[in-house]
Design a protein around this ligand. Sequence first.
Ligand code: HEM
Length: 180
Amino acid sequence: MHGSIITLLKRYVQTQYDHSTWVKLVELSGLDKIEFNHKSVYPDEHVYALVGHAAEMTGIPAEELHEKFGEYLVPDLMYMYQKLVRPEWKTLDMIEHTELTMHKQVRQEHADNAPPVLDVTRISENELMIEYVSPRRMSGLAVGIVRGLAIYYDEADRIDVMPTTYDNGERVKIHVRRSA
Ligand code: HEM
């Protein structure tokens, strides 16, 4: 997983909980020897271990933690890749264009980067369907990112996010609808 995502996970835990919670998580995950930085790529197992222990510690299911973290990620992701964002885009346009803008750029930056394939069908101005496909099974993160984008574009009260899971989480359809 991209180092930026892990360093943001560290900041998320430090700000939502505290620094000692992060230290405990890193120790429980056996990762205390690692200095995380945004330029490296880390094994996905590191993220599973950190989120898994966070779920045990907080009693919040891992899926829900992924969602909260996805929501938190958005302002930083948008800042990091702002050059690829068109000013006229709102939540649904951003989702529609992620695959060919942001995720395409992420894939080009490092051979080991592997953002999920997002097959997006724009049904109408106010409705789209995302087909998320990833062996990482992190659709909770995808749902959180969609909610985070809605907050970012000040559309949170108009956007409905409805996920349906297939194939044990490797394939998830996420229906996104904006009320008029
Ligand atoms: C807003 C612009 C976005 C940026 C800049 C961005 C960037 C990234 C980056 C850097 C990664 C890490 C890739 C890796 O470690 O190999 C990633 C992963 C991911 N992205 Fe995006 N992303 C964006 C939008 C979205 C959207 C709209 C969704 C879903 C609707 C999404 C879903 C995910 C998920 C679920 C992952 C975790 C990896 C996986 O499940 O395979 N992203 N993204």
